[in-house]
Design a binder for this molecule. Sequence first.
Ligand SMILES: *Cc1c(COP(=O)(O)O)cnc(C)c1O
Length: 423
Amino acid sequence: MKSILKSIHSGKEYSLDDIRFTSDDGELLDVIHDLDAIKKQHNISREYFLRKRALLNGQPTGGVWHFKEMVLPAIPDEQVVSKQEGNTRLYRNKKIASWLGLKFDRFFLKHEGENPTGSFKDRGMTAAITMAKALHQRAVTCASTGNTSASLAAFASEAELTGIVLIPKGNVAVGKISQALAYGTKTLIVNGDFDDCMRLIREAQEKLQAYPLNSINPFRIEGQKTIIWETLMQLNWQVPDWFVFPGGNLGNTSAFGKALFEAYELGLIDRMPRFAVIQAEGASPFYKAYKNNFKEIKKEKADTIATAIKIGDPVNYTKAVRSLKWTNGIVESVTDEEILEAKAHVDAAGIGAEPASCATVAGVKKLLSSGEFKPNETIVGILTGNVLKDPQVIVDYHFNRKTSLANPPHDIEASIDELKKFL
Ligand SMILES: *Cc1c(COP(=O)(O)O)cnc(C)c1O
């Protein structure tokens, strides 16, 4: 029962311990498991996962490693590097549902911002860093100032590996790298551009055994699949009509499609839900390619307030196209204004999420008003990142906007009469 790496179209095969991220012909790689053997060995069924409360290093897991058989089956339990990621809440909320015009019990928000470092990146990171250890790598690297570096930093610390984040000079926002600094990762500001950083990452892998954890790493996809399986389990394996989520580098789009394909193959579900991938208008190469029947994707200079999806050249494009074909999926784009409005509603409901996550809810709003979504359909939206990731956007909104949800602070004298006015 061996898993392999396989290029997604040409089908070239490589061993799992062959450290590579594309095939010889330049295609993305899938991790392919022997699903038939896994199903037989564990007698996999819906009940199997409902019953199971796996113990990993003495603690009940749930989360990513609840599904270890279909994530990294060959890795011994004691080699897994985990921060108990996953096990995130599936919210229902009256305020948000009524703003959208949806039924309370048909609209769910899966909050991946409630992971250990505040984004779904932890799900991919636990799997990829476990592989880094299994492959005897000395260090882990990525080029990113955002949630990937934050997650890499925390898991490198957990794994006792050196973590290195490369950032091109001139692109350093202190707020964004604060988690990487805090968790003790080496932050290197490179006198060069993003391509120079990527070149260094590749060279460091070949010459220094420093393992890349950028979006292209196929093991990250394996961990991220569990967002879908966990949601289905929370819904008692009732398949919703739609999964809605933001698209940046399209790792989630790729992972979610693979998760459903495998769930179908294993007999865990009997029909496919549909995907709606939401992009920000100023960073929407995938949306434009979709409108063009995926004839081609054009790289663009990205610009949006939703920094986590400010991507002009998504690395997982070919896998994402495949996911949309499997799920009869659609792509929509929303403006920064629509994202901010949706965010004000998500935040005011006491849930809160970072701007990129709220593209999900803005997308649901738009697809309901265009008639693509029907009010009686069951919709699951994924909130990808935590409200605390981007406080500046929140402060700017509430201090400067004149909308009904704007909630600026008030100066008062220290008297009960003044306080009373606010009750
Ligand atoms: C990384 C990230 C995204 C984009 O996800 P992709 O898998 O690259 O499409 C969206 N939201 C948040 C909060 C993220 O950190």
